[in-house]
Design a binder for this molecule. Sequence first.
Ligand SMILES: Nc1nc2c([nH]c(=O)n2[C@H]2C[C@H](O)[C@@H](COP(=O)(O)OP(=O)(O)OP(=O)(O)O)O2)c(=O)[nH]1
Ligand SMILES: [Mg+2]
Length: 138
Amino acid sequence: MNKPIHVVGAVIHNNEGYILCALRSENMTLPGYWEFPGGKIEKGETPKSALIREIYEELQCEIKVGEFIEDTTCKYESFTIRLETYFASIENGTPSAQEHKEIKWISYNKLHELNWAPADIPAVERVMKQCKKVYTNN
Ligand SMILES: Nc1nc2c([nH]c(=O)n2[C@H]2C[C@H](O)[C@@H](COP(=O)(O)OP(=O)(O)OP(=O)(O)O)O2)c(=O)[nH]1
Ligand SMILES: [Mg+2]
């Protein structure tokens, strides 16, 4: 297996159980897949500081990083990704797509309807389960 590229993704949620989902554009790798916004951790960064920087670059807003969700390694054809996901909430600003083809808020119980990047599937499942507990008490 190639050495995994360490990537962080933010599961940005609001108080009504909607999650901000981002569609990768034609000029990115994995075009046409939905993902949690974020990107590669750079030298000297922690997952949390990388997420804050990436979200500012990609969505022009400030987030507060919360609970850890998943750590998944996924082998694609020409590279391997280690994706760590964290819940996050918006502290300042309104998300605006700088690099993605589209961003949209989706209710937690509809997340499975999108065409997710393969590395995201375990996180999507965990988010759906955790949100279901919070919003339906079971
Ligand atoms: N950000 C993000 N990347 C993901 C997810 N799932 C997944 O397979 N990836 C893959 C796509 C990319 O091949 C790789 C790195 O993500 P990226 O392209 O966002 O990296 P970056 O923001 O640092 O962008 P760049 O500087 O390399 O252009 O991880 C996800 O949920 N979020
Ligand atoms: Mg990115």
